[in-house]
Design a protein around this ligand. Structure first.
Ligand SMILES: *Cc1c(COP(=O)(O)O)cnc(C)c1O
Length: 357
């Protein structure tokens, strides 16, 4: 099997050794001679998996014991509704920063639950930047932000300081850099971008924020129910949780967030250096807000796209077509993507320039 350079935006690339271990667990998990897929989620062996996954999340995000970590189904999109349902008081108001399609979807869902105030938006420039100056009044129940905008390729380099709790959708850059999780009241992330496979969403929440909304709640939508059940109120997404745990183990073993931040900076810098140097391409976002995870760029002569597409496909590169809303190209540089893959793409861009400039 020849190596494919996988720049997929999500579900994204996972470490080869994690895929190997995951496939083995499908046949014989923990030497039980049973597949992970056919044992009870309440077995001791699987309980240990959830415990380890939660402990790794807390360690990597520097969370203290005020925080509870749970793994849920329903994708990050379910959190667009669960967050306001659990944190937005019936008479309260939540603030939202609108930095892209995912943020707008979160706003739409929150409006179904209660009062929402959009504190700032970059929609005026097609979400190509992150708004920096905006008022956050202290009486907001929370401020919702998106740390990395997967579709547009922008990333918050600094997080706002607010007098209310901050809720962060970290789906596409969680565990990609050093972050003190304690600056947030709640962090959520769909696993399939940078933490594991599709099928589970991690939620880390400061428990002291819960139970204040004044609404009676559906059990499955209540964080407290899932916390009390240790992510096992009902049958959890067993396999995605297991593979996420393996990926976090891989991350820790290799040096944790300090290590991966260096690697990710190196990969992003190689990509942006080439985009800025190469006469055929241009980046699509404000420089200071460029994402280290999703690098978006377009071609000066779009009529040459088929030629470029041929070249990268020949080089075993996969998944760099841009999102349908933005067009052009998007190279996603998630944790498991090696620098070597970025070099392969840079080579193709240089070859393309030599042939067609
Ligand atoms: C992919 C993505 C989502 C949606 O995730 P689902 O798990 O498909 O619901 C939400 N927010 C961000 C930032 C994303 O990248």
């Amino acid at each position: 099997m020849s190596k494919v350079h996988n720049f997929s935006a999500g579900p994204g690339i996972l470490p080869q050794e994690v895929l190997q271990q995951a496939s083995e667990a499908c046949i014989n998990f923990d030497n039980l001679n049973l597949s992970l897929l056919e044992i009870s989620h309440r077995s001791k062996n699987f309980e240990k998996v959830v415990e380890e996954a939660c402990a790794l999340v807390k360690e990597l995000l520097s969370l203290n014991d005020n925080y509870k970590v749970i793994f849920l189904g329903g994708g990050a999109s379910l959190q667009f509704g669960m967050v306001p349902y659990n944190l937005l008081r019936t008479e309260g108001t939540a603030g939202y920063l609108n930095t892209g399609v995912w943020a707008s979807k979160a706003i739409k869902e929150a409006k179904m639950i209660g009062n929402v105030k959009v504190v700032a938006s970059s929609e005026d420039k097609k979400y190509t930047y992150i708004p920096k100056q905006f008022p956050v009044s202290g009486d907001l129940d929370y401020l919702h932000i998106t740390s990395n905008n997967t579709i547009y390729g922008t990333q918050m380099k600094k997080f706002p300081i607010a007098r209310c709790p901050i809720v962060c959708d970290m789906s596409s850059d969680i565990f990609s850099r050093k972050v003190d999780g304690k600056q947030f009241g709640l962090i959520y992330a769909g696993a399939q971008k940078n933490m594991g496979p599709a099928g589970t969403t991690m939620v880390a929440v400061d428990e002291r924020l819960l139970g204040k909304t004044g609404r009676s709640m559906l059990s499955m939508m209540d964080y407290r129910v899932h916390i009390k059940g240790g992510s096992m109120f009902n049958t959890p997404p067993v396999f995605p949780i297991y593979v996420s745990m393996l990926t976090l183990r891989w991350l820790k073993k290799n040096g944790g967030l300090e290590w991966i931040e260096k690697v990710n900076n190196e990969k992003a810098s190689a990509m942006y250096t080439e985009i800025d140097r190469n006469s055929m391409f241009t980046g699509t976002t404000e420089r200071e807000d460029r994402s280290n995870m999703n690098v978006t760029f377009v071609m000066h002569k779009p009529e040459l796209e088929p030629e470029f597409d041929k070249l990268w496909k020949e080089a075993n590169i996969s998944g760099i077509r841009g999102h349908r809303d933005v067009g052009g190209y998007r190279a996603s540089l998630y944790n498991a993507l090696p620098l070597e893959s970025v070099k392969a793409l840079v080579n193709v861009m240089q070859e393309f320039e030599k042939k067609f400039a």
